[in-house]
Design a binder for this molecule. Sequence first.
Ligand code: ADP
Length: 543
Amino acid sequence: MLGLMQDRPLLISQIIDFAATYYGDVEIVSRTIEGPIHRYTYRDAQVRAKKLAEALRSLGIRLGDRVGTVAWNGYRHFELYYGVSGIGAVLHTLNPRLAPDHVAYIANHAEDQVIFVDLNLLPVVENVIGQLKTVRHVVVMTDRAHMPAQSKIANLLCYEELLADKPGTLEWPEFDERTASSLCYTSGTTGNPKGVLYAHRSTLLHSMMMCSGPVLPLSPANTILPVVPMFHANAWGLVYAGPMCGCKLVFPGFRLDGESVYELLDKEDVDISAGVPTVWLGLLNYCEQNNKKLSKMKRTLIGGSAVPLAMIERFWRNHEVEVAQGWGMTEMSPVGTFTRFNRGERSLPDDQRFAIIAKQGRPVFGVEMKIVDDEGKELPRDGKASGNLVVRGPWIVSGYMKGEGTGAFMPGGWFHTGDVSKLEPDGSMVITDRSKDVIKSGGEWISTIDLENAAMSHPAVAEAAVIGVKHPKWDERPLLIVQLKPGANAGKAELLDFIQDKVAKWWLPDDVAFVDAIPHGATGKVLKTELRRTFKDYTLPTA
Ligand code: ADP
């Protein structure tokens, strides 16, 4: 026999053990639902995660059982991340912003046995309790003093009481690294939500990638505030990568408005944050209106939707914060590409650097990608051809929960992302659209993302979205929908004039509609489905 390396399994429990042993004094700071700021260390978190694991076992939870959470980012949710997966049960994070029918559908589909819920999200579970078929216990994530006096749910359990009498001495069990660790449903903007099941192995590989030099990189000198929710693709892996690297963690709870986020960033010396563009719009506006500067922040990771160029500029020019754009999907754990500067690029003039950040990034090591036409034939990586983006890698889904959505999986292990993109010769990937948002005008594609980007660089525009509207001659033409900043003024002609030289001439929207608020879905992305419904019968002036 030739000698080989040991085949030790990669398990999530190893992360919390490592953090408690080597970064035991490093803090986790949480804004609680009950009010005060809570602080403790990785050492404390490890003991409490073990107590939780002991409590789960006493509730009858075993390897493979699903445990649901309906919770914001906070220390008890963090304990669930480790306590549930640590004993080989599956942490199922539910999105509390989903419609009640979806919440019930997902909990039933996942066959959740127990649901842990934050105090102020209890109504989300109460609303659907009559429809839940497999849930045996509902645990409120608070102490006895804050437990609700009454509830539609009989026999509510109290989190702190469950933990109180447990020793916290459990030894994490060892099992195959290909065991399921957690479960997250895609938000289901079309059809029923589909379940994506992560494994211990895929989670650890993805987390190690996140820590690495070309990506974030992370070290004990960093303090991370994930604004991205722990119910959205594992907070992009930061809840694992942070402890691996000894980073201080700051959890914002449910207060995600500009002022609350600013206060935590400032007081807790946060230098790295992460979230979808919508959240950052709120923060940037708050800073501008109140003359505040993000003095400690160095980098922010933005993804989930295309990052407008104007946002990259505002972060750098007003706050010296560098934006890193990430692209990915729930199905990809979620990160697939990341802003990565090649040799010499970091010292480029601002505008050229911003242009690199405005692309979706370059693939991280471990993720392969290519673009294909509708017949599955590979298209060139020339920055001109655009096609269906397909990906594969060790932290990319190989099938949806219970065998649904098989159409997304191609021979050779390639997964259809549903995004339309270009691959550039220098390795960058540029998304032009989600395939369902694509506008086809006279047989040619128009990129809604490029148009939105152009519109959002106008100083009066708070947010913009572009959808296709029926047109008798061209089949579809773009309609620009704009939400202006409070007190700002800009007319149709001014906006179109502004966009004109930023995009191809025939892409120029045929009309502009003004709305009070652009609608957002459960993960903070623009809800184009709703906009399409609202403007279904819209007649363009050119029609
Ligand atoms: P959902 O939006 O359905 O809740 P995901 O969060 O998994 O689910 O969304 C993944 C999709 O979000 C991608 O397929 C892509 O369309 C879009 N997306 C993510 N990051 C970016 C980005 N940086 N730029 C453009 N689109 C992005």
